[in-house]
Design a protein around this ligand. Structure first.
Ligand SMILES: C[S@@+](CC[C@H](N)C(=O)[O-])C[C@H]1O[C@@H](n2cnc3c(N)ncnc32)[C@H](O)[C@@H]1O
Length: 315
C-alpha cells in the first residue's frame, strides 16, 4: 500500500521532514524543481490538506520565487528540455515534467482526455474532423484525435526542432498527419487550410508574453472553420500570473539544471484568468463557449489542465 498520505512517522522522522521542507521552501528562488521535490514531503502534503496546492502555487509561490524574472526563449528552452528527456526519447512522461513519474503522467493525460471528451461530446462534435494541434510535443493529442474522434487530418504544429523531427519520424507513414515546425504566434501565420478543431492543451501558458499570446489566439481564429471549436488547456481562474521559473534556456539535462541551484531569472509559464481569456477571445472575434474543470485527486498535483472551449462569435 502506498502510504504517502497516511504513513505513521516517528517524531524524529517528522522533525527531519519538517526541517527538510523548510530548507526546500527557503531555497525556492534557486530551485526550478520545487514542486516535485515538495511532493515527496509529508509535511507539505499535510499542509495541502488545509491550504490547497493550487492556492500555494498560484498565489503564494509567485510572490517570492522568480521575482523580477524575464520571459524565456521558448524555442531554446524546449529544445534543451526535449534533448534532456530520459533515454533521449520524448514521451508523455517527459512532456509533463522530467521529474514526473509514469503514473502521474498517465493520471494527467487520462483526466485531461476525459475532460476533453466530456466537453466535445456535450458540444456535439462529430467524428471525422480536421484538427490543428498546437505544441504537439511527443504527439499525445495527435494520437488522441486520430483514435478517439477519427480525425481525417491532423496538422501538428511544434516550435522545437527536436520535437518536430521526432514527430515527423513518428508519423512518417501516416498521410493524414502533417508536421509544421514553427511558432504559432508568428504574425500572419498561414497554414494553408482551416480546421474543425484547434487543440492547444499544455501550451498556451508557455506563451508568456501577452502580445505574443494574443497573436496566437488571432491566428487560431483565422484558421478555424465555421462552426469549429478551439480546445484550450489551462487554469482559467481568478489570477493572471507567472507561475513557473528556471535559470537558463540552455542545459544539458534537467538534473544538471536543477543541481546548479542558480537564481530563477526566467519565466516559462504564465496562467491567465478566465476574464483575461474572455477579453482576448472577444478581441480575436471569438467567444468562450464553456469552461470545464478537470478532475483532480488527493496528492496528484497535475499541471494546469482545465479545459476552455472557444468558438466563433456568430455561432
Ligand atoms: C509542455 S509541452 C506540451 C506538449 C503537448 N501539447 C502535450 O500536452 O502533451 C509544450 C510544447 O509546446 C511547444 N511550444 C511552445 N511554444 C510554442 C509556440 N509558440 N508554437 C508552437 N509550439 C510551441 C513546445 O516546444 C513543447 O513541445
Amino acid at each position: 500500500m502506498d502510504c504517502r498520505g497516511c504513513a505513521v512517522l516517528s517524531p524524529k522522522r517528522i522533525a527531519k521532514d519538517i526541517w527538510h521542507t523548510l530548507k526546500l521552501v527557503r531555497g525556492m528562488r534557486n530551485n526550478p524543481n520545487l514542486g516535485p521535490e515538495l511532493r515527496q514531503s509529508a509535511t507539505f502534503r499535510f499542509v495541502t490538506r488545509f491550504v490547497p496546492y493550487r492556492f500555494l502555487r498560484h498565489y503564494i509561490y509567485p510572490l517570492f520565487a522568480g521575482r523580477g524574472s524575464q520571459p524565456y526563449d521558448a524555442k531554446a528552452f524546449f529544445e534543451s528540455y526535449h534533448k534532456s528527456a530520459e533515454g533521449g526519447e520524448l514521451s508523455d512522461g517527459t512532456t509533463v515534467s522530467p521529474a514526473y513519474d509514469a503514473a502521474f503522467a498517465r493520471y494527467h493525460y487520462n483526466a485531461t482526455e476525459n475532460a476533453i471528451i466530456e466537453a466535445l461530446t456535450t458540444q456535439g462534435t462529430a467524428a471525422g474532423c480536421s484538427v490543428l494541434d498546437i505544441g504537439s510535443g511527443a504527439g499525445h493529442w495527435v494520437d488522441f484525435y486520430l483514435d478517439v474522434f477519427r480525425a481525417t487530418h491532423v496538422t501538428a504544429a511544434e516550435l522545437a526542432e527536436t520535437a518536430a523531427a521526432a514527430l515527423r519520424e513518428r508519423y512518417a507513414g501516416n498521410g493524414d498527419v502533417r508536421v509544421f515546425q514553427g511558432d504559432v504566434s508568428e504574425p500572419d501565420l498561414e497554414l494553408g487550410r482551416r480546421f474543425d478543431i484547434i487543440n492547444a492543451v499544455g501550451v498556451m501558458f508557455h506563451l508568456v508574453r501577452d502580445e505574443q499570446w494574443k497573436r496566437a489566439i488571432a491566428n487560431f481564429a483565422r484558421h478555424l472553420n465555421e462552426g469549429g471549436v478551439i480546445v484550450v488547456g489551462g487554469q482559467f481562474g481568478w489570477v493572471t500570473r507567472n507561475v513557473q521559473f528556471h535559470s537558463s534556456d540552455q542545459f544539458e539535462s534537467w538534473n544538471a539544471l536543477t543541481a546548479a541551484r542558480e537564481e530563477l531569472t526566467l519565466v516559462n509559464k504564465r496562467i491567465r484568468s478566465l476574464r483575461f481569456w474572455k477579453t482576448a477571445a472577444r478581441e480575436a472575434g471569438l467567444r468562450v463557449i464553456a469552461r470545464h474543470k478537470t478532475k483532480q485527486a488527493g496528492y496528484i498535483y497535475t499541471p494546469e489542465n482545465n479545459i476552455l472551449l472557444l468558438g466563433g462569435r456568430g455561432e
